[in-house]
Design a protein around this ligand. Structure first.
Ligand code: ADP
Ligand code: TRP
Length: 318
């Protein structure tokens, strides 16, 4: 039997933190052994918020190194860049012609953007359509994402259904994907107890140096209830089994400094090897870029085959 397929995309939008890692990135590495995988850098999606070409280039290289460092294996996963596969934007246009404006206006991301800024670009409005094209092109069974992306996967399912109804003549041209969201890590908390996020300045960077880890942990806001610093505990439980941790926190009740020091050491133990691997990959950028190029060549074969089928179905192949 052929393996199940997973697919996910990541925007090149700055340094990842441990919330991104446990909430999304780690799942790609865990899935790669039992599944065929597609992971891509969603650079065209990032365009709506990143308009500095130098920064875009740097960010793309950084994401590439981040994913190689966490153990994504290009032999097991097709790792590529969205903009290298022009079929994604082509398919997005075709989807644009079968879905309605009122439907897309119900998307959370659009509503949030509208609440903040009345002059939204069309790319922000259309974001879920390009995402549907990214996904449906490769027919994945699973789409591992953080909780905030759930609605986008549901939109992709709706678009697949609609397309199948309009053009499928009873057959399934596009497979309906399932989102994969892990409950325990759906929302990793930051140093201030809110959701860890780049925009809240409450992160612990995934590739932080020791001094930076120390600074982040020392800045954790210690709201104690019953001698347990909850915000420290919430981060600590990502690195040790809770049974073990509960005992330690009970023994060291009220000793916040000691508990924070222990968390620093646990974080360092976890981050140091990742940091070192990243530095190794960073020594040979051309080699890393070659991985992306090769992945793009593999993805292109799948995408162009799918697009031939789509062109045939919509009747433009004459
Ligand atoms: P940020 O909020 O820091 O800008 P992104 O929007 O770049 O993060 O998210 C990238 C991925 O990481 C998404 O799949 C998102 O759902 C996941 N993610 C982000 N923050 C967290 C968090 N605190 N806990 C769990 N998953 C997260
Ligand atoms: N929107 C996703 C995010 O911000 C990135 C993304 C683009 C994506 N295309 C995708 C994720 C396809 C999964 C599948 O995190």
């Amino acid at each position: 039997m052929s393996k199940k397929v997973f697919l996910s995309g990541v925007q090149p939008s700055g340094k990842p933190h441990i919330g991104n890692y446990f909430g999304a990135m780690k799942q790609f590495v865990d899935l790669q052994n039992e599944h065929d995988g597609y992971v891509f850098i969603a650079d065209y999606h990032a365009l709506h918020s990143l308009r500095n070409p130098k920064e875009m280039k740097e960010n793309i290289k950084n994401v590439l190194l981040d994913y190689l460092a966490i153990g994504l294996d290009p032999k097991k996963v097709t790792f590529f860049k969205q903009s290298d596969i022009s079929e994604h934007t082509e398919l997005a246009w075709i989807f644009d012609t079968i879905i309605t404006m009122p439907y897309l206006m119900r998307a959370h991301a659009f509503k949030d953007a509208e609440a903040k800024n009345k002059e939204i670009d069309v790319g922000t409005f259309n974001y879920p359509v390009l995402m549907a094209a990214d996904i449906l092109m490769y027919g994945p069974d699973l789409v591992p994402v953080g909780a905030d992306q759930k609605q986008h996967v549901e939109i992709a399912r709706d678009i697949a259904e609609k397309f199948n109804n309009v053009y499928g003549e009873g057959s399934q041209i596009f497979k309906l994907p399932e989102p994969m969201i892990l409950k325990e890590v759906a929302i990793v908390l930051g140093t201030d107890g809110r959701k860890m996020s780049k925009s809240y300045n409450n992160t612990i960077p995934l590739f932080a140096e020791y001094e930076e880890i120390k600074k982040c942990v020392m800045s954790i806001v210690t709201d104690s209830s019953g001698g347990i610093p909850q915000n420290v505990y919430a981060i600590h439980k990502l690195f040790r089994p809770e049974e073990e941790l509960k005992k330690i926190y009970a023994e060291k009740s009220g000793k916040y400094k000691e508990l924070k020091e222990m968390l620093i050491e646990d974080l360092e133990k976890f981050i140091a090897p990742l940091r070192e691997r990243r530095k190794e990959f960073a020594k040979d950028i051309p080699k890393a870029l070659e991985i992306l190029k090769k992945g793009g060549e593999k993805a292109k074969i799948v995408a162009s085959k799918k697009m031939s089928e789509v062109r045939e179905k919509i009747g433009v192949n004459i």
